[in-house]
Write a protein that binds this ligand. Sequence first.
Ligand code: SAM
Ligand code: SF4
Ligand code: SF4
Length: 354
Amino acid sequence: MDHRTLDTPAPTIFDRLGRPLRSLRLSVTDRCNLRCKYCMPEDDYAWLPRDTILTFEEMAELTAIFTELGVDKVRLTGGEPLLRRDLPRFVRQLSENRRITEIALTSNGVLMADQAADLSFAGLNRVTISLDTLRADRFRTLTKRDLHHQVFDGIKAVVQAGFPSLKFDTVIIKGYNDDELIDLIEYGKTVGGEVRFIEYMDVGGATDWSMNQVLSRAEMLEHIGRHYGGVQPIVENSVAPAERFRLPDGTSFGIIPSTTTPFCRSCDRSRLTADGMWYLCLYAKDGLDLRAPLRQGRSRDEIKSLITAAWEGRADRGAEERKALEALGLREQRLIEINRLREDPHLEMHARGG
Ligand code: SAM
Ligand code: SF4
Ligand code: SF4
């Protein structure tokens, strides 16, 4: 990278609610090797056409443009990002961009055993493994696949690779895994990972969602507090979605209360799909096509103008708007009808990344 650009800090652009453009999620593939009940529960999916999928070079170029507008944190996600062949090569490309202060990855862990060391060597900073249950039979029910043991092999490899940060993301669903909060915290301790409990969200792919399956942040805290005899909030100056807490023995854990207590007001995140559509909100129905201008050979400045105009017009508060529907008794209506999901894969959680 040109050292002159590094002497000049990237200008930060702000949206209509004064939120900066900071964190970019790159969905490197919409494919997945699991079929989680809360994300991809259907049998059939429409996939993004292969010729539309950005190459690593194209994705790195778009990311570089974003970093010239204030993005400094990048998270690789999907679908299952480890299904994308040669992912460490992409991590290395990103790590050469010195405006990026943090490269993180969210994975289901199934393919991690073979890739953790290479990813670490390539410059990956943080790993989040989605782990909803410690029980193999439940894993099979939740994901329709018998691959629980591979997740644990993957976690072992992450620990061995010595990543500075390991987190576990756990979507809690009443009647499925709401009795595992304590077991998961205890498991996290044994491998040095912080567990973050996510309230079940009514996103595009969650076609089975209903409010009565959501274990709320308040219910989680009550349950955990009762077991450990006290939970203290950790006060920190952060726009991260997780609220963090400390147990009497010093162990920390997080809760991401997107459903009952949305945090849209401080949201600096946006998402780029594997085929180059840019979404300003997890719930946004429309995105901005960045693949077309990139493949047409438009200049960096032209693409920057498109991004700036879109971000400066952003007023998205998707989760807060979903929450507001509760008072009207309308939240149980499906976010997007299944037929519509089948027509446009971009509306799915697995296409735009969690
Ligand atoms: N396949 C990878 C994984 O599972 O970690 C990355 C993509 S996945 C879409 C990213 C995150 O979104 C996962 O932690 C998953 O648990 C979360 N997620 C998916 N559907 C969700 C839902 N309905 N509510 C809350 N979180 C959800
Ligand atoms: Fe599960 Fe992640 Fe795959 Fe969705 S993308 S089905 S959350 S593993
Ligand atoms: Fe950000 Fe949209 Fe999620 Fe709200 S719903 S936190 S605006 S991505």
